[in-house]
Design a protein. Structure first.
Length: 372
């Protein structure tokens, strides 16, 4: 594990290389002990040429899952949720019958429930998801302002052919799991997931620029967010105005790179959930990601490489046009949070597989510099 001091010149150059590789704008914060570096390259808005800055608010996608899980674990600590209880005990109407008895709360958070992803049913043009060659982006425009209710999305996932047997590994990453986790939190606390998470996670961590949105617009300084959908949207289209009810408690969070670093620092210091809960979060199982790779996945945390040899843990996230990665050393000595305002930049090869792009290499190089 490296304790290398931050090198601002190398970080600046690595950021600029990400922009030059094709990302409109990239912004980041890296912490090493008492040192903090914040930087940005490129543009927040290609139309006006407004520059990207490190303080921009951003849609951080599935990083939301760590916040939601922290809230659930607080309820576990209070004795109101049992991680190994069947979800049917809490939500019998949403996961009825045998599956409701077989799928536990832990399986939902681990993505080992076997429940299918609802997205291709909510967005018809993505019916081939996660295979990009058999999808199209039309539904993104069709549903920009659609207000989904979590129950209708959950019913799509629960009613679809199962991705696997409850508890079987490798699990299959599915946002259906985390919509159920959000509904579980509401059932137990008697309030909305947004209100509970805001009061008990976001405000507890004193995150001033973080929120779960209830409408399609973002307040405060933020970038345009450009979605390419594997070259099928050319030029990439801005989806920064978008109703995020389509991912609700799975991926709707708005935050900043500074707030994310603060959140993960406090989480790993045992100030959001107890050390015992944090240990549970770091118990991993193999899960097949939406990119088709198998990763070690804990309770909404995953290690940078594998649980056996990595000291960096965190989560990544993607929304339409917005991508974010937040990782922290578990000893608290190093953190990074990086955001980009372009997604799915990889065009497809003749076999329908995403081609590697210079952006991939530039981001990998930035992560290496940031991690020291």
């Amino acid at each position: 594990m490296s304790n290398t001091a931050l090198d601002p010149a190398r970080l600046d150059a690595a950021m600029e290389n990400v922009h030059r590789a094709g990302v409109p704008g990239v912004f980041a914060e890296v912490r090493a002990g008492d040192q903090v570096w914040r930087g940005a390259a490129g543009f927040a808005d290609l139309g006006t040429r407004r520059p990207a800055t490190p303080d921009l608010r951003h849609r951080v996608g599935s990083i939301t899952k760590t916040f939601v899980t922290a809230a659930v674990l607080q309820q576990v600590e209070a004795g109101d949720i049992d991680l190994d209880a069947p979800i049917g005990r809490y939500l019998p109407g949403l996961v009825p019958g045998g599956r409701g008895r077989a799928i536990t709360v832990r399986m939902l958070i681990h993505h080992t429930s076997g429940l299918a992803e609802y997205l291709p049913y909510a967005y018809p043009s993505l019916k081939g998801f996660p295979d990009p060659a058999h999808t199209g982006p039309a539904s993104l425009d069709d549903h920009r302002f659609t207000r989904f209710h979590p129950t209708e999305l959950i019913e799509m996932g629960v009613g679809a052919p199962a991705a696997g047997a409850p508890g079987a590994t490798p699990g299959t990453y599915s946002n259906t799991n985390y919509l159920l986790v959000g509904r579980l939190l509401e059932q137990v606390t008697g309030t909305t997931a947004e209100r509970y998470i805001t009061q008990n996670v976001i405000e507890r961590a004193d995150l001033r620029a973080t929120e779960l949105p209830t409408g399609p617009h973002m307040e405060g300084p933020h970038p345009r967010m450009y979605e390419a959908w594997f070259g099928m949207i050319d030029p990439p289209r801005d989806y920064s105005v978008f109703d995020m009810s389509w991912v609700w408690s799975a991926a709707s969070l708005i935050s900043t790179v500074g707030d994310l670093n603060r959140f993960y620092a406090l989480l790993f210091a045992g100030e959001i959930v107890s050390p015992a809960s944090l240990a549970q979060m770091r118990r991993t199982v193999p899960v097949v990601s939406q990119q088709g790779t198998t990763i070690d996945y804990g309770l909404a945390l995953h290690p940078w490489t594998s649980a056996a040899d990595s000291s960096y843990w965190g989560h990544g996230g993607s929304a339409w046009g917005a991508g974010t990665l937040a990782m922290a050393r578990t000893d608290g000595k190093r953190q990074l949070a990086v955001a980009v305002n372009l997604q799915r930049w990889n065009r497809l090869d003749p076999a329908g597989r995403p081609r590697r792009h210079p952006i991939d290499d530039a981001l990998a190089a930035l992560y290496r510099v940031a991690m020291g």
